[in-house]
Every structure is written in C-alpha cells, then in structure tokens.
Write a new protein. Structure first.
Length: 256
C-alpha cells in the first residue's frame, strides 16, 4: 500500500504487475478491493494502480471531494509518478470521476473504459438508495461483505455527500470533449445506470458500447446467468491493448 499526500489530502493506492500504466477507480461506497478479482489478469499486461478515492477505503476519515477537485488531485498524483497517457477504468462514481479527469487533464489519459458510469443518473436521492439496495440483492451474494465493510469505512455522511454530488453533476457536456479511444461497458440488468450509457456512447466520438447480458451494476463481480457469457476481463484487456476502443465477447462459465 502506498500513499500520495497533497497539501490537504491523503490518497491511498496499491500497485501490482508490470507494463503500461492502468489506473482503476471504484464507485460509490467502494474501494480498491472491488477490483481484486480483475487484478490477476490485468496485472499480467499492465502496471495496475488501484486507488482509494478520498473518503473511501484507506483514504477514509476525509470528506469526499467534488468531481473537479478529485480530478485535480488525481492529476497531481499522476504527475508525482510521472505518468502520462495512462489507460483508465472507472466504475460508476469512478467513471464519473474519470470523465472529469480526461476533460480537465486530457494528456494524462490515453485510453478510457467507463464501466456502468454514473453522470447521467436522473433520480431522487431516496430512489437511488432503493436501487442500490436492489444491486446488493441481485448481485453476487459473496460480494455483500465487501460492500458492507467499505460502506462502514466510508461512513453514512460520506455516502450521502457523494450521492448528492453524483445526482447534481450532469457530465454530458464533458463527454463531447473526450478525444481518447473509449469503451463503455454496461450490464443489461443494471438497475442504477439503466440505458443512459447509450447516450454517452453517442456523445463520445471515438467510442464503443459493450452490453453484458445478465450482468448488473457491479460488473467486476457479477456472473451473467446466460450460457453465452461476456467476460469483463477479456473485454477490458482487449480494449486497452488495441490502438482503438474495441471489445471481445467469449464463452465462459467462470466467475469474473
């Protein structure tokens, strides 16, 4: 575990593997632990940086930042590591953060993957709370302890602040400014983001949308129920290794 310190904040992150830099950003109430099933494959091809966003994981006991502030903090962290043109994957709130980072500091990101990204969720706060409960019930049950552990570490206050920030931020104007190859991944059973990923796909010039049948909001852990399985690890790996955003669909019965 490593720590980057700015003048006002402490950002915890971990590093695995060797190769081109790949940064993973978690979603609301999450942490770097949400990527632990994906790191073994990704670290075979990339130096994988998993970040605990401010207020979450081991970056807890801090008030979450605005999306612009978070983007600027991440840019400072990348600068301290002398990382440019990274590959960046953001899930849910992490995808929303990633869009702000690309829009404000485009030279830092060479390829982008938005997995069930928030940013266009249109609902009242209590409606989102209900939907997040559905995510827990419909997702893989053995993921629930991780979700509960990270939510407790974050605190109800931080979850409330971040949820309000998510709902008040419409990042559609920023999508028009994304110039790097972008892959959008959406679970067809996602009850939070629903079908607005298609709108994001239309707004990003160099983008591709991959719909994973049977997968819900937490793409890193969900196992699709159909016999034809879209494997997230293969999709992400192929997208980031190719020169333009692309995807791979393969048959598999293994968990993600």
């Amino acid at each position: 575990m490593f720590t980057y310190r700015s003048s006002n904040h402490r950002l915890s992150y971990d590093v695995k593997g060797a190769g081109p830099p790949l940064v993973l950003l978690h979603g609301l109430s999450g942490s770097r632990l949400w990527w632990r099933k994906n790191i073994p494959m990704l670290s075979q091809h990339f130096t994988v940086y998993t970040v605990d966003l401010i207020g979450y994981g081991r970056s807890n006991f801090q008030t979450p930042l605005s999306f612009d502030e978070s983007a600027d903090l991440l840019e400072g962290w990348l600068s301290s590591l002398e990382l440019d043109s990274i590959s960046l994957i953001g899930h849910s709130m992490g995808g929303q953060t990633a869009v702000h980072l690309v829009a404000r500091h485009p030279s830092r990101v060479g390829k982008l993957v938005l997995a069930a990204s928030s940013g266009m969720v249109r609902a009242r706060l209590h409606e989102v709370a209900v939907k997040l409960g559905e995510v827990g019930l419909k997702g893989r049950r053995r993921f629930l302890p991780t979700v509960a552990f990270d939510a407790l570490r974050a605190s109800p206050q931080n979850l409330y602040r971040s949820a309000r920030a998510i709902l008040s931020d419409d990042f559609r104007p920023l999508l028009l400014r994304i110039g790097c190859p972008t892959l959008l991944i959406w679970g067809a059973s996602d009850v939070v983001v629903t079908q607005r990923m298609g709108e994001a796909h239309r707004l990003i010039a160099d983008s591709r949308l991959e719909v994973i049948e049977g997968a819900g909001h937490n793409l890193m852990y969900d196992r699709p129920t159909s016999s034809r399985v879209c494997n997230l690890r293969a999709i992400v790996g192929t997208a980031l290794k190719n020169s333009t955003a692309s995807s791979t669909v393969m048959s598999s019965t293994s968990a993600m």
